[in-house]
Design a protein around this ligand. Structure first.
Ligand SMILES: [Mn+2]
Length: 242
């Protein structure tokens, strides 16, 4: 059986994502990879990161829209792309990305869910921007919502830690705020993380060269993580049709 990976809030550090996938020995034919949005803005190379995300999707990964991609649907920052043709191409790619995805008991989404509202009735703003009342809401029966958008340091945790609560797993370790980019493997419970080099560059740079694409000199760390998901997963495995 392949492994199940998730990553969120890459924010222009596509090169760091490639380093993490390489260190984790990600194999697109056997493994599953969910990218939870916010590929662009804040970091060094938004366009180059979208190129990487597009390649990963072509090889089988699933990428969701984040709120920063939705900003690009309205206006692509001129400094981030080579020309209007490139901007149009990125907008088309972003427009084709889903707002959520599910696999087994896992529901992947950029920001979270509005409590009490069926998935089909959630608005794009709910799914890509919500913080509270999602974080404090009771878990969905038999589901684990894997999300980003709110960096875990905002929950009072060390910036490299994942956030876990009732049926929820927050995996944004703050690359967009000068902290860490994390790749999480959900079956065995493992986290690959790398510090982003220096403070974020708000403007972003045109893609193509790649040398500024978050090359990062920091070491990649890997750690076992104890995911408190077993009690949530078990009811799903017993129910028919899953
Ligand atoms: Mn976001």
């Amino acid at each position: 059986m392949g492994r199940l990976f998730a990553v969120s809030d890459i924010h222009g550090y596509g090169r760091l994502l490639e380093r993490l996938l390489d260190r984790a020995d990600y194999r697109p034919r056997q493994d599953r990879l969910y990218l939870l949005g916010d590929y662009v803005n804040k970091g060094p190379d938004s366009a180059g990161t979208l190129d990487i995300v597009e390649r990963l999707c072509a090889a089988g990964a699933v990428a969701l829209q984040g709120n920063n991609e939705r900003k690009w649907l309205h206006q692509v920052p001129g400094a981030a792309v080579a020309d209007e043709a490139a901007a149009a191409r990125y907008r088309r790619f972003i427009a084709g990305l889903p707002l959520w995805a599910e696999y087994g008991p896992y529901l992947f989404v950029h920001a979270g869910l509005r409590p009490g509202v069926p998935l089909s009735a959630q608005t794009p703003e709910d799914l890509t921007e919500i913080r509270e009342p999602f974080h404090g809401s009771p878990g969905l029966h038999g589901r684990i919502v894997v999300f980003g958008h709110t960096s875990t340091f905002r929950f009072g945790l060390p910036p490299d830690a994942l956030w876990q609560s009732d049926g929820k797993l927050g995996i944004d370790t703050g690359a967009g705020h000068g902290h860490y980019l994390s790749l999480v493997e959900l079956n065995e419970g493992r986290q690959w993380l790398v510090p982003v080099a220096g403070p974020a560059d708000e403007a972003g740079t045109a893609g193509g060269g790649g040398s500024a694409c978050g090359a990062g000199t920091g070491p990649v760390a890997v750690r076992r993580i104890r995911l408190r998901l077993q009690d949530v997963i078990r009811p799903v495995q017993r129910s028919p049709g899953q």
